[in-house]
Design a protein around this ligand. Sequence first.
Ligand code: KG4
Ligand code: ZN
Length: 343
Amino acid sequence: MTGTRWDPAAVDLDALPVLGIETSCDETAAAVVVGGRRVQSSVVSSQVDIHARYGGVVPEVASRAHVELLTPVIAEALVEGGLADHEVGAVAATYGPGLVGALLVGVATAKAFALVWDVPFVAVNHLEAHLHAALLDDPDVELPVVVLLVSGGHTLLVAMDAPGSYEVLGGTLDDAAGEAFDKVARYLGLAYPGGPAIDAAAEHGDPEAIAFPRAMLDEGLDLSFSGLKTAVINHVRRHPDVATVDVAASFQAAVVDVLTVKALRAAEQVGAKGLCLGGGVAANSRLRRLAVERGEAAGLRVSLPSPAMCTDNAAMVAAAGWHRLVTDGPSPLDTGAVPGLGL
Ligand code: KG4
Ligand code: ZN
């Protein structure tokens, strides 16, 4: 069935199990999702401990770890998903954006299994996968929605009319939101990765202690975080005795204010019925709370994927892969990794 012999009319698409593979950064993940919706298994092996000592992801180290971890992670996903090799209906893998070496491990592995099992290979855009994560956890989402996609590498506001139909409304002009969390945490001497560390520290701090800037708050749908990062550094230099928990809480409040204001503006602009969060930063407790409070006050239905579905996983890749297969058919086997892929 590889490539040319794919015949959707001969397949019960609703019962088609897709094996998803995710290796774009520092998570080695595999999952089985049936019919683009039913998650049978989702295995994530995080390399956080491996990279923690460097204070960030080391690309070459990530690629090597993916090589070692991917086969056992796939085996676990198949066993947990109750699927024998010959029952896999298609293999979907993230082909970009991400680290080139890391992506290549997943793409090459997915193609090899697709060839061996004689099933379609589907190349999946990591950002599109994050958009699907929102729908996987909340299948009753009424479209159109605005998705606020906030991760370590990306900060995007996307209007979604249908699965596979997107319009990018705005995005960051410099640092991604997660990158800002990670850099500020590093400066404050907090643990890696920085997002969860700031979230935890902020619980004990005062979000109004320091009035950090909210860049470009009053207009448009683009965002900027590099000035905020500099403001935090300058403040700590000028006030070395400031409580770290207050800096964390005030920084987090500034990020969340900007994200929620822009997301609500985007929703109003396109007449969206709902707001979905996606990406690792969508695990942030203040963002989750205020997105619901402010979104519902604006008449929006707010969908919050579980934290596990917000961060990188392969269930979202399998779901996005199923939709791509149904609409576009299999991807060519000469598809390579595309590190700078956009939405
Ligand atoms: O989506 P993701 O797992 O990987 C990328 O595709 O980037 O996102 C990882 C990012 C990191 O920057 C991490 O610090 C951030 O998500 N993050 C958080 C939280 N949990 C993870 N940021 C703020 N608050 C959190 N609770
Ligand atoms: Zn991601």
